[in-house]
Structures are given as C-alpha cells and as structure tokens.
Design a protein around this ligand. Structure first.
Ligand code: BV8
Length: 254
C-alpha cells in the first residue's frame, strides 16, 4: 500500500479493476464533500461546536435535552450545504455512471445532496437528508401533524399538539432506513470493485460495507488523504482527495 503520497502504480491497478468491472459500488463519507466546502463530520464538531460530542448533537437524546442548540447546529450546517456545489469528484462519479449504465451504485453516509445535484439521483442515502424535516413524535391525536400548523421557532413546533420538528437525518442510536441499508448491502455483495471515498470508517453499520464487499471477493480501494479505521481491510489505498483522485481514476474510462 502507498505511503503518504498517491502511488501511481496503485492508481493504475485500481483503474484496471474498475475498467474490467461489471459492478462498481462507491461508498462515500463526509470527505467526499470536503472540497465542496462542507466541513467533514468531525470538522463540523470543531469551533463553536468543539465542546460537544456527536452523541450530544446528533442523537434524539441530545435533541430532546437541548432542542434549540441542536436545531441551531443543523441550521448552520444547512446554510453551508445550500451554498455548496458538487466538486470534481461528484461530477466524475456521475459521469462515469452515465457512461456505463447498470455498473455504478453510489452509497453515501452524507446528508447533503451533492451526489444528486452532480447528476446521480439514485444515490442510496444511509443517514438521511439534512435538508428535509420530520416530526419528532407520532402525533398524540393519532393523526399526522399538519406541517402548515408548525409555528416558526428553533425548532418549529406543531401549534395543535406541541410536537417538535426535527431534521430528517438518522441520529446515533437510530436504525438506518431499512430500504437503504438493504440496498447498500446488496450493492456491496454484488460489486467487483468497491471504492471507499472520504470516510473515517468510524460509523457503523456503514463502515462494515467495505468488509461485506471484500467477503464477496470484490477489490476494495480506499480514497482518502489520511489513514482511516478500515484501511487494513482494503486491497488498495489511494492516498489522495476525492476531487483529485476520482477524475484521474474514472474520466478516461468509457
Ligand atoms: C445504528 C447523520 C442500530 C447525522 C450520522 C451505542 C448505541 C447505539 C449505537 C451505537 C453505539 N455504539 C456504536 C453504535 C453504532 C453507532 C456508531 O457507529 N457509533 C460510532 C460513533 C462508534 N451507529 C449508529 O448509531 C447507527 N445506527 O447502529 O442502529 C442500533 C440502534 C440502537 C442501538 C444499537 C444499534 C446510526 C449512525 C448514523 C449517525 N448519523 N449522520 C448528522 O450528519 O448530523 S453519521 C455522521 O458521522 C455523518 O453522517 C458521517 O457519515 C459520519 C462520520 O463519518 P465520515 O463520513 O467518515 O466522516 P468523518 O468526519 O468521520 O471522516 C471524514 C473522512 O474524510 C476522514 O477520514 C478524512 O481523512 C477524509 N477526508 C477529508 N478530506 C477529504 C477526505 N477524503 C477524501 N477527500 C477529501 N478532500
């Protein structure tokens, strides 16, 4: 495996495996969007938010304990995400997928919409959508709260029953959407090559998808400028960034 720099021989080897692959599954994490100006999840916990751990801000318990603080953290992240644009890595992935119909699956841990805006609408979203909202509870009156009855607030609240609006993301301790994790497992088992791009490999069950692919005899390649918790489980480590490596890896493949 490469040291600290991108190893051209490893890049060429992974390109050859991708060129020959019938199925390619790409698992992306927050590093995929870093070059679009979106702080990685760990970086999003620095600065003003450095004193909180993920469980305090990205969990139902944390939201129930401090709804305004958690709502404000998401509001700040939403501003950044709405202002961001897909980077060359998102664009290269979507363009490769369009050139090779039926080959590419993209599974993301990210809650932004950059893969979709780069032209890959079928992205499998393991952790939800930060730009969506949902209700914290089922309505105690036994029917769905009417979003039109949500009074403005931090967070907004149902004027009929007091239910809180929450971000449409999967928090720590919450189950992943069944359809999403099942589709992701299927894609990991069916692929000939898995590219793992921009993830620390710290969050489960997403991090386990690389091992699932390897058990199914896929070649596993990591794209990350820094070591991750799942490097040892990969055949290849391409020590570089998403926007730098993915165009070099994919752009001339038809
Ligand atoms: C679950 C949405 C079953 C929110 C996220 C105790 C109780 C309950 C569960 C657990 C527990 N202990 C462990 C668990 C499992 C837990 C977990 O994994 N915890 C970790 C902390 C150990 N998982 C869960 O809770 C999951 N649900 O297991 O349900 C269950 C249920 C109940 C009880 C038991 C089991 C739900 C996990 C989903 C959490 N929600 N997001 C939000 O975004 O606000 S995950 C969140 O963290 C982000 O979505 C992100 O995906 C993830 C962080 O991972 P990364 O994407 O890798 O980002 P990170 O910042 O860490 O790393 C960035 C990487 O990019 C770095 O490697 C960096 O080097 C690289 N990079 C930087 N720049 C670039 C780059 N790479 C390429 N190019 C660049 N330019």
């Amino acid at each position: 495996m490469a040291g600290d720099a991108l190893d051209p021989a490893a890049l060429a080897a992974v390109r050859a495996h991708v060129a020959a692959a019938r199925r390619v599954c790409v698992l992306t994490g927050a590093g995929m969007s870093a070059e679009s100006g979106i702080p990685t999840f760990r970086d999003a916990l620095t600065g003003l938010w450095a004193k909180f751990d993920p469980a305090e801000l990205a969990s139902e318990e944390g939201f129930r304990a401090q709804p305004q603080r958690v709502w404000d953290w998401y509001a700040e992240r939403r501003v950044g995400m709405r202002a961001s644009q897909p980077n060359a890595g998102h664009v290269a992935l979507a363009a490769f997928g369009r050139r090779r119909p039926g080959v590419l699956s993209v599974v993301t841990q990210n809650v932004d919409d950059l893969h979709q805006r780069a032209g890959w609408p079928d992205t499998i979203r393991l952790h939800g959508d930060i730009l969506a909202n949902c209700w914290l509870e089922p309505c105690p009156r036994g029917r769905a709260c009417d979003p039109a009855h949500a009074a403005a607030g931090r967070p907004p609240r149902c004027t009929d029953c007091g239910n809180l609006v929450r971000p449409g993301v999967v928090w720590f301790g919450e189950m992943l959407p069944e359809g999403a994790i099942d589709a992701a497992e299927r894609a990991a088992r069916a692929c000939d090559v898995m590219l793992v791009v921009g993830t620390s490999g710290a969050v489960w069950p997403a991090a386990g998808l690389a091992a699932t692919a390897r058990r199914a005899a896929a070649q596993v390649a990591i794209v990350n400028p820094h070591p991750s918790e799942i490097d040892d489980g990969a055949h290849w480590v391409l020590r570089g960034t998403a926007a730098g490596v993915l165009p070099a890896l994919l752009d001339t493949l038809d």
